[in-house]
Design a protein around this ligand. Sequence first.
Ligand code: SIN
Ligand code: MN
Length: 303
Amino acid sequence: MRLTQQQIEQFDRDGYLFFPGQFTPEETRTLTDAVPELYSRREAYNVREKGKDAVRTNFAAHMYSEPFARLARHPRMIEPVQDLFNEKLYMHQFKINGKAAFEGDVWQWHQDYGTWLNDDMMPTERAMNVAIFLDDVNEHNGPLMFIPGSHKKGVVEAKHDLTTTSYPLWTVDNDLIGQLVERAGGKGRYDEAGRLVGSGIVSPKGPAGSMILFHSCLVHASGSNLSPWHRVAVYLSLCAVSNHIRRPKRPEYIAHRDFTPIECLPDDCLLKDYPVDLPWKDGLPASALQTSPVPFDEMKKAA
Ligand code: SIN
Ligand code: MN
């Protein structure tokens, strides 16, 4: 799939592109059906909501689950990002966020690249997030919130929040969020038809199978899910190969260390059983849990 010139300009201006219904219900079901078994596993790669059993985020399913390994090589996601960067990509991070009915907790305001820079020493922002909805997303079940155009600010100041939720995040403080939202349009206004226009916060909503591409510096968050509907979504963080991380400070199932370029499967790969490699199908190797505060090149010199 290729982006049009208009989409490229829109991405540059807003920092995201929304593709409602990018995957058919039949394609999406192959993924959704695999999630409960993955979430039931008592493994380090399943991070649960603080004080609860509900899974907040599952990491690296593309390394041990066939349908997700196929999704990770899907041309409808990989090709547009490759076009934007004009370079091959590797998988920096792969997660399936649960945002379970009644239980799903907030994701505080943040930029993903802030974390990748501070924790993983990723040199530049040449990495992209792709979100795929596995459930319908509406205004009630904790949709993502974006501040359009906030990616233009580059990396903004952030603090390491280790307490609010069960997952550590470099978060942006409320004053700065207020300023960014104001600059992006503030509250916006309601038009004659009752539609909100020009808002400084937007929430792409749509059916399961919809896809969002968003810039790694786009400031985003999501509220808790008090509705009776799950909001499961897959997030791929695709990084230009030359921009690979320089430090293995986080476990490999969170920040990958295999910088091999992704080769796409055919477009029907969610419906046909194309063979895929599943290196972690028998469990996480001990190496995937090892971390080091020392960058790769210093480790090599010391060896
Ligand atoms: C994220 O920002 O990484 C996740 C946000 C969400 O799933 O709502
Ligand atoms: Mn994020």
